[in-house]
Structure formats: structure tokens, C-alpha cells
Design a protein around this ligand. Structure first.
Ligand SMILES: Nc1nc2c(ncn2[C@@H]2O[C@H](COP(=O)(O)OP(=O)(O)O)[C@@H](O)[C@H]2O)c(=O)[nH]1
Ligand SMILES: [Mg+2]
Length: 253
């Protein structure tokens, strides 16, 4: 299976010849890594999370939230316990629908990380302006739900078509921003919670069939602000728990 059937998408600023060389070296092993779609609205923290999970956290502030193309990252592991991540661009990107088709239909993934942030998605600046953008949390929560509604349908149609089960982890990230309410917020994104998000999750499970789709909801944090109330080791523990669960779901352990 070719890593880039439709061109070198998401390979920012890496010369094509270098990339092809690296693929030749690793290509023989890559097909063994399970593929993971990473979905969620723009600014929710997908890229930053995947950089950590792939073992390449950025030390500086990431570029403007909201990638226009599908980002690809590989977590390598000597014992073939790696993952291939496909970060689907958020709602503002023209390439979104094609990316959704690719990960949920053309080349269906093994698992899904759907990222949410309790309304703390970072707003995008209009082109040519600088500084932080004020975003309304209620509005961002409504956008999370809209985004989830679209993605949940795609996951359902993938899950019903295939014989083997699919796994989904709802990743509730940016918990450093609501540390006192982590349990309650995680519950609000869970099946049977009675929230609009939970209701859509219940619908998805009913459509796909419980045997066809496993659902987990896990808290996470990837970036710590300089004055963060969360310790780096606590952040690492959240990420380690997520990694451990992904390993179980992918049959690595
Ligand atoms: N406080 C906090 N900020 C985060 C966290 N994860 C990501 N961010 C920030 O949220 C913004 C959007 O993240 P990004 O990964 O680009 O979002 P994407 O559009 O979903 O890929 C960036 O400024 C990140 O540094 C987190 O766990 N906590
Ligand atoms: Mg991104």
C-alpha cells in the first residue's frame, strides 16, 4: 500500500526526495502499523496531540491552528507497535471532505481519535492580523457538536461496512484549562450521559452495533502554558494512559 496515493500531502517543507528515501527504508515495515484517523474541529489540539503521540513534541508554539491539508505522522517502534496517524483538517479547510473520504472510505483506518476540548478550541485569526482571538465557549461547544455529528456519521458507515471491529477514543484534551471539572467534563462526552454529544455517541453505537465499535473516553493534555496548574509529569501521565489504551485496542499488548 502506497503511503501517498494522491501526492505528498501534509509533508510540510520536507524535500520530496528526502521523503521518498525515508519511505524506501521504512516502507517495508510501515504497513504493519495500524492507521488512526484524528478528527475534531479546528483549534481543538489535534496536531499538538499527535506530535506528542508520534514522539515529536514541538518546543515552540505551533503554527496557526487549522491545517489546510491532511497531516501524516508515524509513531515508530522497534517491536512494530507503532501507529500511522492521519489528521483530518477541520471545518474551515476545503480539503476536509476528501480527507474524510480517504480515512473512512477509500483507505479505512483501524481506529479513530476524536478530539474535543470542552469549548476551548483556539480561534483562528483572520489573515493578516496578529494577537489572540476571543472566542465564545458556548459557540465553540456548538461547533464541536456540529463537527462531531458529521464525523460520527462517517464512522458509523465505515463500521457497518467492515467485518472487523473499529475502535474510537474520544480524547477530551486541554484538561489543564478545566482541572477542577475533569471527571464531570469527561462524563459529559461519554455514552449514556444525556448530553447532546453523548446522545450522538449513543446513536453512533446503535447504528454501528456494539460489537462493531468500541468506545472509550479519555482525558488528555498536550501543551502546558508557562503558568499551568498542571505538572509536566501529570501531563505525561495522561498521554501515557492514552497510549496504553491505544496499544490495547490495536492489539499491541
Ligand atoms: N492549554 C492547552 N492548549 C493546548 C493543548 N493542546 C493544544 N493546545 C493549543 O491549542 C492550539 C491549537 O492546537 P492545534 O494542535 O494546532 O489544533 P488543531 O487545529 O486541532 O490541529 C495551539 O495553540 C496549541 O498550543 C492543551 O492540552 N492545553
Ligand atoms: Mg492542526
Amino acid at each position: 500500500m502506497s503511503e501517498h496515493p494522491r501526492g505528498p500531502r501534509g509533508l510540510r517543507a520536507v524535500p520530496a526526495t528526502l521523503v521518498r528515501g525515508r519511505e524506501r527504508l521504512t516502507g517495508a515495515f510501515q504497513h504493519r502499523y495500524p492507521t488512526v484517523a484524528v478528527t475534531g474541529m479546528t483549534g481543538v489540539g489535534k496536531s499538538e496531540l499527535v506530535d506528542h503521540l508520534a514522539g515529536r513534541p514541538r518546543s515552540d508554539e505551533p503554527p496557526e491552528a487549522g491545517s489546510a491539508v491532511m497531516e501524516r505522522r508515524v509513531r515508530r517502534d522497534r517491536r512494530l507497535r507503532g501507529f500511522r496517524f492521519r489528521v483530518v483538517p477541520g471545518e474551515n479547510a476545503a480539503t476536509r471532505l476528501g480527507a474524510l473520504d480517504e480515512v473512512f472510505h477509500d483507505d479505512p483506518v483501524d481506529g479513530v481519535l476524536h478530539v474535543v476540548a470542552n469549548g476551548h478550541a483556539t480561534g483562528r485569526r483572520p489573515a493578516g492580523t496578529t494577537g489572540a482571538v476571543h472566542v465564545d465557549r458556548e459557540e465553540q461547544l456548538a461547533r464541536e457538536l456540529e463537527d462531531w455529528t458529521v464525523t460520527a456519521h462517517r464512522i458509523a458507515s465505515m463500521a457497518v461496512r467492515r467485518p472487523r471491529p473499529t475502535w474510537l477514543v474520544v480524547v477530551v484534551t486541554k484538561v489543564d484549562l478545566f482541572l477542577d471539572d475533569v471527571d464531570e467534563v469527561v462524563r459529559s462526552y461519554s455514552p449514556g450521559s444525556g448530553t447532546p454529544f453523548g446522545d450522538r455517541l449513543d446513536e453512533l453505537r446503535a447504528l454501528a452495533g456494539a460489537a462493531k465499535l468500541s468506545v472509550d473516553v479519555l482525558p488528555a493534555c498536550s501543551r502546558l502554558e508557562p503558568d499551568s496548574p498542571l505538572e509536566p509529569r501529570q501531563r505525561d501521565a495522561y498521554l501515557a494512559a492514552l497510549e496504553a489504551r491505544m496499544g490495547q485496542l490495536a492489539g499491541h499488548v
